[in-house]
Structures are given as C-alpha cells and as structure tokens.
Design a protein around this ligand. Structure first.
Ligand code: HEC
Ligand SMILES: [Cu+2]
Length: 403
C-alpha cells in the first residue's frame, strides 16, 4: 500500500491518554454524588419500592439479554468476516432448530418480564387500608386542588402528609388529562376526565420530615411544564396541627374560629431543601411601583368587591366563594404561588395580581392591573377598570394575613 494512503498516527503523550482513560472510567460515578430531587431511583414508600424492584429486575434481565445478543453478533461478525480469496458462502434455506430457538427464547424472556410485572400491577392496585388518610386530588389547568374530606381542609399545590400513615389519593380531573407524580414517593397515575383513579402509598415512617417535588406528568396544555406541587412529609402530630388550623377560616375573616387555634404547623422554612422555593425570574416587562405600602383593611374591602371573589374561596369571608381558582383561605401559609412557579412573597404576589397571564402563560386568571396588556386577548386593561399598584398592594396585604 502506498505510504500516502496510510493513516498517520498522531503522537499522544502517555499522560494525556491515561488521564482521558481515567476520566472516562470515573464519569459514570459522577452521577452518584449529586442528589436529584426528581429521581425515582430513591423510593421512600412501599409503592415506590415495588416499582423500583420491578425496574431493577427488568434492567438486570435486559442487561443479560443485551450482552448475550451483542456477543453473538460480534462473534459472527469476526468469525465469518470476508477473507481474501474465499469463495462466496452457500445460501441457507431455513433451519428448523434456529427457528424454534429464536421463537422459544423470547417467549421465555417475556415470561420472566410478565410475571413480576403482573404481580406489581396487582400489588399497586390493591384497595387502600381502612385507616388511610384520604386526599381528593383535582387536576386543573394548571394547578392542583387538594381536599382532605376527613379534616374539612381544602388547599392548593401543597400537600402535607403524616409519616407512616397510608394515604389514599382519589384522583379526578376538572378539565383535561393530567398525571399525579411524586417521583420519590409514588405515581405516576393519570387523572382522567369523568373517571376516578386511585393511588395509595405510605411515606416511610423512619424518615426525617422532608419536602418533595410533585409534578404533572401528562401533557395538559400551555403551562403543563409549570404544574408543580410540593409535598411535606411530617410527624403525625405536626400533621394534625396543620390540618386543624387549615380547617378553620382564617384570621382576620373570622373573629371566633381562631379562639382555640394555636396557629397551626408549617414546615419550618429553615429546613426547606433549596428546590422548594423556585427561582423563576419575573417577566422583564412587568414592574411594580416602589415604596408602596399596603393596607390590609382596605385590601379586604377591595378584594371582597373585586372580580377575585368570583373565582377564589376564602372561608370566613362570605363574599369570596368562587371555586374556579385555588382556595386562598390560608394562602399566606404556602411557600409558592402559581403551582410552584414563584415564591409566595410580596413582590411576586403583587406582580401575579397585576398580570397573572404574563407571569404564567395561558392561565384563566385575567390580567387585572390598570394599563396592563392581556397577553391572551392583546387588549389593554383601561385605567379606570384596572387595579392600581396601590390597590394591588392593599389586596396583597390582606392576602398575607390569611395564614
Ligand atoms: C377568572 C377567574 C379568576 C379571577 C377573576 C381571579 N383569579 Fe386568581 N387565580 C385563578 C386561577 C385559575 C389561578 C391558578 C393559576 C395557575 O396557577 O395556573 C389563580 C391564582 C391566584 C393566586 C395564586 C394562588 C396559588 O396558590 O398559587 C392568587 C394569590 C390569586 N389568584 C389572587 C387573585 C386575586 C387577588 C384576584 C382579584 C384581584 C384574582 N385572583 C382574580 C383564577 C382567577
Ligand atoms: Cu400537565
């Protein structure tokens, strides 16, 4: 062969080669060090472990099949490769032994997959135990409603669950298909229009109290990607306190209801994992006047005569009985707004009320700030009809009292 056609070998220093080889070997291990809050590979309930067990069986079986098939393939490629001067191979017409083998082996493989799969289906579809906590889950475009019928509690986008007690989720949709998924605890199971689904699991009793991410796992429209929720698994006594407080109408809307209330329980802010509070930047073209202080009493009056009451419920406020949007009775006890899109703080509440549709694409909540352009209708809210920054600040001051 002429020299010019030969591949020239580049001289690679030994140190570079060795470092590259070591890096290639270590790369897969890098995935083991970080903590991924949305990983299903660290299950913390019997349901999660059942699914994890099944997946590991299938991964192991699949690996064996892969290695055997690839080995046979490589062997065939090398053993029967073309050699110079060799005559063409003779064609083969049918081989009964082979046909039986390649029909029989997949049947055996499928059998080994089917048995544990069917067993896991039955295991995870069993009826919930009688002492289970019931949570009625309603999927909305694009947020979650959670009702605890045994406790007369309704909340949104935040779930409190007692450690060690089975919880039975009754899954329904108010509009299109959604899917309820807490990667580290359990799911996914679909919320189907005009059909009720069930899912139950027990958050492990031995865990320290913690916060988890929940997601919608079935594409449901524009803001599907921002349909998160948070789950707090807490000590049973803390759960009881949380539920007792949430069941009450909130201060300042009820003078009597809070007489016996100790203020309730909230997952301690100091213990929140960093993924709980989102860092979504607010839209650049949305701003709020600086130095405006809100007045809660004025805000309550304004809220109670604004469009808000047609969509939102504030138990204890007889004007506010809407059921289209999230229940705001204890809005100030929550860590996030807009289904995990923004932190629940003064800045984001104000911007949200000013132009919700700019803050989260497609939401039903209309753009309400004076002179704001509604990104869906493209029309400008007239100055006289919209809320001024002062009015919004007042409403936010009121909402922040609803703890
Ligand atoms: C047409 C119905 C409608 C009206 C009117 C409306 N909202 Fe909403 N609101 C919604 C919906 C729906 C959501 C949930 C949006 C999402 O997260 O996808 C929402 C979300 C919110 C949230 C965030 C709640 C949470 O837990 O994430 C706040 C706060 C809020 N609205 C306050 C108000 C106030 C104050 C007014 C009146 C000035 C108002 N809304 C008017 C429908 C409405
Ligand atoms: Cu979705």
């Amino acid at each position: 062969m002429p020299d010019a056609h030969r591949l020239k070998r580049l001289p690679i220093p030994a140190i570079v080669r060795r470092t590259a080889a070591a890096a290639a070997l270590l790369l897969p291990l890098a995935g083991c060090t970080d903590y991924y809050p949305n990983s299903t590979l660290t299950p913390h309930s019997e349901f999660g472990r059942a699914i994890d067990h099944l997946w590991r069986i299938e991964l192991n079986l699949g690996t064996v099949v892969f290695i055997v098939v690839e080995a046979l393939l490589l062997y065939t490629l090398i053993r029967f490769r073309e050699r110079p001067g060799q005559p063409s191979p003779e064609p083969v017409h049918g081989n009964t032994t082979l046909e039986i083998l390649w029909t029989g082996i997949p049947i055996i493989v499928l059998f080994f997959i089917a048995v544990p799969t069917i067993r896991t289906i039955f295991e995870t579809q069993r009826k919930a135990p009688a002492n289970a906590l019931e949570v009625d889950v309603y999927g909305h475009q694009w947020w979650w409603e959670f009702q605890y019928p045994q406790y007369h509690v309704t909340t949104a986008n935040e779930l409190y669950l007692p450690l060690g007690r089975p919880v039975n989720f009754v899954l329904r949709s108010k509009d299109v298909l959604h899917s309820f998924w807490i990667p580290e605890l359990g799911g996914k199971r679909d919320l189907i229009t005009n059909h009720t689904n069930y899912l139950w699991f027990t958050p492990d009793s031995g865990m320290a109290p913690n916060a988890w991410n929940g997601e919608c796992a079935e594409y449901c429209g524009t803001s599907h990607g921002v349909m998160h929720f948070r789950v707090f698994t807490v000590a049973p006594s803390d759960f009881e306190q949380w539920a007792a407080h949430q069941a009450h109408p909130s201060h300042p809307d009820s003078t009597t209801a809070l007489a016996t209330d100790t203020g309730g329980y909230r997952f301690p802010a100091a213990k929140l994992p960093e993924y709980v509070i989102p860092a979504t930047p607010a839209p650049a073209n949305l701003s709020f006047a600086s130095g405006v202080a809100g007045d809660a009493a004025r805000g309550r009056k304004l809220y109670s005569s604004s469009a808000c009451i047609g969509c939102h419920m504030v138990r204890g406020n007889p004007m506010s009985v809407g059921i289209i949007g999230p229940d705001l009775t204890h809005i100030a006890s929550r860590y996030t707004i807009g289904a995990g899109r923004y932190p629940n703080d003064t800045t984001h509440l104000r911007l949200w009320i000013k132009n919700a549709r700019l803050m989260k694409p497609g939401v039903i909540m209309p753009t309400l700030g004076a002179n704001q352009v509604d990104p869906i209708t493209h029309s400008r809210v007239p100055a006289a009809a919209g809320l001024t920054d002062q009015q919004i600040a007042d409403i936010v001051a009121y909402l922040q009292q609803l703890r």
